[in-house]
Design a binder for this molecule. Sequence first.
Ligand SMILES: Cc1cc2nc3c(=O)[nH]c(=O)nc-3n(C[C@H](O)[C@H](O)[C@H](O)COP(=O)(O)OP(=O)(O)OC[C@H]3O[C@@H](n4cnc5c(N)ncnc54)[C@H](O)[C@@H]3O)c2cc1C
Length: 305
Amino acid sequence: MKPAAFAYHRPTSVAEAVARLAEYEGTARVLAGGQSMVPMLNMRLWRPSALIDINEVDELDDVRVDGERTVIGALVRYSTLERSALIAERLPLLARVVRHIGDRQVRNRGTVGGSLVQGDPTGEMPLACLVLGAVVTAVGPAGSRRIPLAELYEGSYATVLAPEELVTAVEFPAHPQHVAFREVTRKHNDFALLSVVATGDRAADGRWGNVRIALGGVADSPALATAAAALLEGSELADADLLAAAEAALEVVDPPSDIRASAEYRRHLVPVHVRRVLADLRDAGTGPPADGAAETDPATGGAKP
Ligand SMILES: Cc1cc2nc3c(=O)[nH]c(=O)nc-3n(C[C@H](O)[C@H](O)[C@H](O)COP(=O)(O)OP(=O)(O)OC[C@H]3O[C@@H](n4cnc5c(N)ncnc54)[C@H](O)[C@@H]3O)c2cc1C
């Protein structure tokens, strides 16, 4: 199918983009990488009156260092994160999860801002931003506001943003010492059935602090397993601790059933993979980093690169 008719604008500044969005009173949409937008237009599931194409807004396309913080512009592409030496040094989790997103074409066009606003419950970028404690900046006709990732979503594919608001940047605090990530997919390039990230800092006496665990694909939006992580504070991540935390992680899941997996299967996967990711985290803190990388779905043998 072809999209329904729409007006098209190509602003060159944030101010102009926001003015355009305001002009259409909530009926226009931002076009960034188009990786979700274009299929939705072609299927006529979205019929915006106008597209505000932000690809010429250069101020949205940079990565900045501000003391301990790293600020990534909304228009920065997945492939930039994949290759950036700065990101590898300051936010290695992002470089790692991006390799699990779609294929080369999707990563060349897809943007950080588009991914966060799209809010796919299985999305790697929302998951990583959540576990890292990122904060989104959004600019609208009434000015600018900062929204912690943990408060960005109000449901599946639904953010708290007003239609006239433009996401301009995502800001990250200092990266944790250690991270571990795994995801389960049915086949190469598919969306995740389940993804798990754990982060934390290991003290010289072997005890762990600032442990955070986040899960993707098992609730309306990525979820922090706060109670599970709290069980691990001050522990040495002994096997018994991992088992207890893995079971506790089930408290935050409410998995969907869809064409990829049943809710029951996803629920089964959660403690298995939370425990494995925590074991990866422990290994990362005590020895050569274990590359948790892609996890194969035993049902199909499919794995992501
Ligand atoms: C074949 C294929 C495979 C994929 N696999 C994966 C995968 O494995 N994992 C994954 O997470 N995703 C996957 N995706 C989806 C993709 O990662 C993202 O949805 C996508 O890249 C969104 O970013 P975009 O820049 O392309 O946004 P667009 O498609 O341009 O826009 C998406 C939405 O965000 C809004 N928007 C965009 N930028 C802004 C902004 N700055 N401010 C306000 N609103 C904005 C748009 O209006 C629209 O509503 C896949 C997509 C395809 C086509």
